[in-house]
Design a protein around this ligand. Structure first.
Ligand code: MD3
Ligand code: FE
Length: 216
């Protein structure tokens, strides 16, 4: 008889409100950690992680890939969501059902019902990798939340206001944490401080973040 660890594992998840409409569901993705990481390996075999170039010509230190109908891409012409992986000319790998289900469940927990993501951006951080303060504005409908899943080595998340110069708070995000950002929090500036050298049994020296969105 085959033990199903996903069903059998008892998982504890607890919530931390960061501000109105932003909630951290600590440990929410732990029950699915192995299945999420094996689904990611499948995605990377079709759409390898790569360093995109910003419109200004800088190579991003974060390595990225996508799954789902739409993938977020950046090049000298700008930022966009595209159905095609520019490196292969093929559609992005489809979104694993596990990802869409996890995101919808997390969104429901945070008070956003019927979340149906059509884009999953995968960010991989090595030691020293950072993501500077920015807003997520490339999606069509800002009434839709964004769900983020943190895996592997921890990172300090910077969370500001709706102006770049607003005071920021720092939040440590660790393996298995899921954050839901919607409503009044949706257009807040945010970023990731340079990731410290560390390792995690399941991801090695990396932090991996999934952001699930309704792009179109
Ligand atoms: C707050 N990624 O891909 S996820 C991004 O950890 C991005 O890789 C970070 O910011 C990462 O755009 C942060 C958390 C996150 C995502 C979207 C947000 C926070 C957000 C949208 C609005 C406010
Ligand atoms: Fe962002």
């Amino acid at each position: 008889m085959n033990l199903n660890l996903f069903d059998a594992e008892e998982t504890h998840s607890w919530r931390e409100e960061l501000c109105p409409d932003a909630v951290v569901l600590r440990g929410f993705a732990l029950a699915g950690e192995v299945d999420i990481l094996s689904a990611l390996e499948q995605v990377f075999s079709v759409a390898p992680l790569r360093h995109l170039v910003t419109p200004g010509g800088f190579r991003m230190s974060v390595a990225m890939s996508n799954c789902g109908t739409y993938g977020w891409v950046s090049d000298r012409t700008g930022y966009r969501y595209d159905t095609v992986d520019p490196d292969s000319g093929k559609p992005w790998p489809s979104m694993p059902a596990l990802f869409s289900t996890l995101a919808a469940d997390a969104a429901t927990q945070a008070g956003f019902s019927d979340f149906k993501p059509d884009a999953c951006l995968i960010n991989r951080y090595a030691a020293g990798t950072r993501l500077s303060l920015h807003q997520d504005k490339d999606e069509q409908d800002f009434s839709q939340p964004i769900v983020s899943v943190s895996l592997g080595v921890p990172a300090i998340f910077l969370f500001g206001g709706t102006q770049r110069t607003d005071k920021t708070m720092r939040v440590k995000l660790t393996h298995g944490d899921v954050v839901v950002w919607g409503g009044a929090a949706r257009l807040r500036y945010h970023g990731i401080l340079p990731v410290k050298t560390d390792s995690h049994p399941l991801t090695g020296e990396y932090r991996i973040n999934l952001t699930l969105r309704k792009a179109i």
